[in-house]
Design a protein around this ligand. Structure first.
Ligand SMILES: NC(=O)c1ccc[n+]([C@@H]2O[C@H](COP(=O)([O-])OP(=O)(O)OC[C@H]3O[C@@H](n4cnc5c(N)ncnc54)[C@H](O)[C@@H]3O)[C@@H](O)[C@H]2O)c1
Length: 369
């Protein structure tokens, strides 16, 4: 069973990836809480709970309290945190309680933030149920909620006691969610792991059809990339920025389409294509390498098409909170499995790369019709 140890200046915890973790949850949580008495509170969505509650409850002698947050990015807001905190207080949760985030990135981000501020901090565990949450959002301690002004604008760094990724849970994930999450694994391959990149090329059919062994391999390799990066740059002052490959333009695409039309991973896929075009135009990669990278991104599609002018996307990119002091920072490929941070990308350069991405999207959409 792969157990990946993550150690940062502020925390040390394990990320366990295995089949059947849910059914043995209670003893595992007991060990994490050092066998002292504690009350578990599960935060989840009704749809996920409906599918998996039997497995979750199987190992508990006394059923944990369950707090529900309906699914959807629109629930990732301060009002949800307040409502959940109120429910915790009413149910008598205290510092000897343990919060359990049982869901995708939305549940994980909200619960992690709730754990950071309820009674000035109580422990929590991440049990991620989407592929994106297993390979990305549950790891690294970034928690928070959205404001009308933008995504993830309120939050805190707050690491969980552990991440328990049960790969069985991925079986009920809608295929579009699986594919979108796999874009984060493609990203992990592009930025740091050529072996993962090759594995995803060679085993695409098995991975996309949900083959448990192939998915477990991809999750484990992707987690290793994220854990390595977070361990070496917890607060995103340098290396951790490489995880934003494809995300700067991806966020602009999400904003331009009202956060409704595309899944996050799809927007990242389009953003990664534009970043690859930028890398090519700067001469950091060859045409063959660029074709290779883009082919893998598209293999894990289809990425939903969208309508937005390149100029609008570039303007939105300029307002991204990661672009400090007016310059455009981008993570660009320098090969397959290596990237670098480029801080002087100009708007005309980005416009050209965005136009190329949009042209490819039109071509790709016509081919898929
Ligand atoms: N904290 C971080 O470092 C970080 C990193 C990346 C993304 N994020 C955040 O993650 C969020 C996106 O997360 P997501 O993609 O997991 O989406 P999500 O949490 O909205 O879940 C997607 C959908 O899948 C359903 N679902 C979840 N697990 C399921 C299962 N096993 N079977 C069937 N249905 C299931 C959910 O109910 C929901 O409808 C965004 O808010 C993003 O900002 C955070």
């Amino acid at each position: 069973m792969p157990v990946i140890a993550l150690k940062t200046p502020s925390a040390a915890y394990d990320i366990t990836i295995a089949s059947g973790l849910l059914r043995r949850l209670a003893p595992r949580l007991g060990k994490l809480m050092k066998d002292k008495a504690f009350r578990p509170f599960i935060v989840t969505s009704p749809d996920i709970w409906g599918l998996w509650h039997k497995q979750v409850l199987a190992s508990f002698k006394q059923a944990p309290t369950v707090l529900f947050l309906p699914s959807g990015e629109t629930r990732k807001r301060l009002a949800s945190v307040e409502s959940l905190a109120q429910q915790l207080a009413t149910a008598g949760a205290d510092r000897d309680s343990l919060l359990i985030a049982f869901g995708g990135g939305v549940i994980g981000d909200v619960t992690g933030f709730l754990a950071a501020i309820y009674m000035r901090g109580i422990p929590y565990v991440q049990i991620p149920t989407t592929l994106l949450a297993q390979v990305d959002s549950s790891i690294g301690g970034k928690t928070g909620v959205n404001l009308v002004a933008g995504k993830n604008l309120v939050g805190s760094f707050n690491h969980p006691l552990a991440v328990l990724a049960d790969t069985d849970i991925l079986a009920t994930l809608p295929p579009a969610q699986l594919r979108a999450g796999l874009q984060e694994s493609v990203k992990a391959g592009i930025i740091r792991d050529p072996k993962l990149f090759r594995y995803m090329e060679q085993n695409a059919d098995a991975i996309l059809s949900g083959d448990a062994k192939a998915l477990a391999h991809v999750v484990t390799a992707s987690v290793r990339v994220k854990a390595y990066v977070v361990a070496n740059d917890e607060r995103e002052s340098g290396l951790r920025m490489i995880l934003n490959y494809g995300h700067t333009l991806g966020h602009a695409i999400e904003a331009a389409t009202g956060y409704k039309q595309l899944l996050h991973g799809e927007a990242v896929g389009w953003g990664s294509i534009a970043a690859t075009h930028l890398g090519l135009s700067r001469g950091l990669i060859t045409q063959a390498q660029s074709d290779h990278i883009i082919a893998l991104i598209l293999r894990y599609g289809p990425l939903s098409p969208f309508k937005a002018a390149a100029a609008k996307l570039v303007a939105l990119t300029a307002s991204d909170k990661k672009n400090r002091s007016g310059t455009l920072s981008f993570i660009l490929p320098t090969g397959i499995g290596t990237v670098k941070i480029v801080r002087d990308v100009t708007q005309p350069e980005l416009l050209a790369a965005t136009e190329s991405m949009l042209a490819l999207m039109r071509e790709h959409t016509i081919t898929n019709d």
